[in-house]
Design a protein around this ligand. Sequence first.
Ligand SMILES: Nc1ncnc2c1ncn2[C@@H]1O[C@H](COP(=O)(O)OP(=O)(O)OP(=O)(O)O)[C@@H](O)[C@H]1O
Ligand SMILES: [Mg+2]
Length: 244
Amino acid sequence: MNRGDRPALRAEDLQLVRGQREIFQVDQFALTEGEVLALVGPNGAGKTSLLLTLALLHRPTRGYLQVNGTPVTPQNTLALRRQMAVVFQEPLLMDTTVLRNVTTGLRIRGVPREAARRRAQEWLDRLGIGHLAPRSALHLSGGEAQRVNLARALALEPKILFLDEPFSALDYPTRNGLLDELSAILKETRITTLFVTHDYTEIPRLAEQVAVMFAGRVTKRGTVKDILGDIALPGRIPAPWETT
Ligand SMILES: Nc1ncnc2c1ncn2[C@@H]1O[C@H](COP(=O)(O)OP(=O)(O)OP(=O)(O)O)[C@@H](O)[C@H]1O
Ligand SMILES: [Mg+2]
């Protein structure tokens, strides 16, 4: 089957209300299999809330969600969530070794100990931190910790990967290196990915499509060029919610 043929994730009339406030209302949203979609928008637009809802970590107030063709129900939420992995800005690693941080999720998913260890080590190697495997995860640099976090997510071999500003706490060279590696990994694995960022220079390196969120609505969606224009041009880049 060609990529583009079927949605890995589909939402209809999805709404999240907290207290008296509508956090977002999204009429239609889909991630096509193999697509890398960047989600941009100003602070407070609802990006993280939408991402967490699509990742089945927040229960929507209303709406329909389908993952790889299966409608989400309270009964299958946990099983479907196991097809997904989420990476946040803060790595939130456990107080144990680096290796263990990566193997734990695999063990929970029933991967035998040796296979989990092997797969974890492979992903740590792939992200250039294989040598850190026996080290405590609590004493890593920000860049190392985010690499562990990515290894932990990728080792799960998710069908859908959610990245919420994964590089925003990293210095420029670290961010640059990780972007190159992640870009190569996504091209190779073709994991369907939703990627939230405030840094437009990251977008063309990872994503083909961009969705814009503003005040709880997805207001635009298109190719990177359609939405952002030629972002390589110097000077101030107008935010896509500022242009018509
Ligand atoms: N549990 C909650 N209760 C009440 N309001 C909430 C809750 N969660 C989020 N919000 C509000 O919803 C709005 C959207 O928040 P969200 O974190 O999704 O925005 P965002 O687009 O990710 O912003 P940022 O770019 O700053 O990360 C904000 O105004 C936030 O205060
Ligand atoms: Mg956010």
